[in-house]
Design a protein around this ligand. Structure first.
Ligand code: 13P
Ligand code: SF4
Length: 330
């Protein structure tokens, strides 16, 4: 089947010759096409192995803004591809599976969010990077979980702020900054599946362990944390900590890099509520596979595109985040 037939049928993955060494082929194509593969920590281990860079949402945006590659292959979810395309409109931005969405981004539809913003004149709009380009277009400054606290604090204490879409991150930032931002009622279905009950059970089993929690988790989970942080923040903490055992409450893909960086330490993934023998994986992130990545880089498809009029507005709120982060050394 050629590319046209493959696309016509709406296939995401073309059948692949089983004898191919996919990692070798992907690395070869990467060089040949001057392509860079950017991967989020929540990708499968084999995708992390072939990525040029692995990082959190902030790092992915920073690398995309700096790369001189002709093609960016975003191994993450759609909003990450959109962010890269907005920052690099002249580059080809690819994603292995266009259906890799995000429940948190979906919990904030642009039309409803724009209406909410219009109903609150005089408010500064701060949006988590986990949003569509259309939401970023009505946003003053984008944040990630790595820089949200510092960016919120860069505004005067009496500044009225709308924060969307993650109510859990918003509540946590309100708490640590003493602000009273107006929160959008959105959440990530993966992080909401962690429960205090599961963490308490693991703590009983491993009493000396440190509990690492992503701020997208519910309050009952965040309250049990020894460290609350973005994926990169949790990784950094694990590397520098004197502890040897860590209970990890975020998508389990991060454990691959944690174990690589700290082979002598023990990392225990918290299972999702009601599924004690499973790791908590993001079904959207895991739509990307090594096979799809191979087809994507080979055929340079599927491509992420953003409507020009939306991109021109959204780029300002993303650049503002990158500028503040650079000044803060983040
Ligand atoms: P960070 O990697 O920025 O912590 O984001 C977590 C996440 O849920 C990405 O979708
Ligand atoms: Fe979205 Fe949650 Fe998946 Fe991250 S883990 S991509 S926030 S659904």
């Amino acid at each position: 089947m050629n590319k046209e037939e493959w696309m016509e049928k709406g296939y995401v993955t073309e059948p692949i010759d089983k004898s191919l060494d996919l990692k070798k082929e992907i690395n070869r194509l990467k060089e040949e096409k001057n392509a860079v593969i950017l991967g989020h920590y929540y990708q499968s281990d084999d995708i992390q192995d072939v990525a040029n860079f692995i990082g959190d949402s902030l790092a992915l945006a920073q690398w995309a803004s700096k790369t001189d590659a002709d093609i960016i292959v975003m191994c993450g979810v759609h909003f990450m591809g959109e962010t890269a395309k907005i920052l690099c409109p002249d580059k080809k931005v690819l994603i292995p599976d266009l259906n890799a969405g995000c429940s948190l981004a979906d919990s904030c539809q642009a039309e409803a969010f724009s209406k909410f913003v219009k109903e609150h004149p005089g408010y500064t709009v701060i949006s988590y990077v986990n949003t569509s380009a259309a939401v970023k277009a009505v946003t003053d400054v984008v944040v990630t979980s790595t820089n949200a606290k510092q960016i919120v604090e860069s505004f005067p204490a009496d500044q009225r702020i709308i924060f969307g879409p993650d109510k859990n991150l918003g509540r946590y930032i309100n708490k640590i900054t003493g602000r009273n931002m107006l929160l959008w009622d959105g959440a990530c279905h993966v992080h909401e599946k962690f429960s205090a009950k599961n963490i308490m059970a693991l703590k009983e089993q491993y009493p000396s362990a440190a509990v690492l929690v992503h701020p997208e988790c519910k309050e009952e989970v965040v309250q049990l944390a020894d460290k609350i942080g973005s994926t990169a923040g949790l990784l950094k903490y694990a590397v520098s900590s004197e502890k040897n055992v860590f209970i990890v409450a975020t998508e389990s893909g991060i454990l691959y890099e944690m174990r690589k960086k700290c082979p002598e330490k023990i990392f225990i993934p918290v299972p999702p509520e009601g599924e004690p023998f499973k790791c908590n994986e993001c079904n959207f992130m895991r739509l990307n596979t090594l096979e799809k990545l191979y087809n994507t880089i080979k055929y340079e498809w599927p491509e992420v595109n953003v409507e020009k009029s939306i991109a021109e507005k959204a780029v300002k709120s993303i650049h503002r985040m990158l500028d503040i982060s650079a000044k803060l050394g983040l």
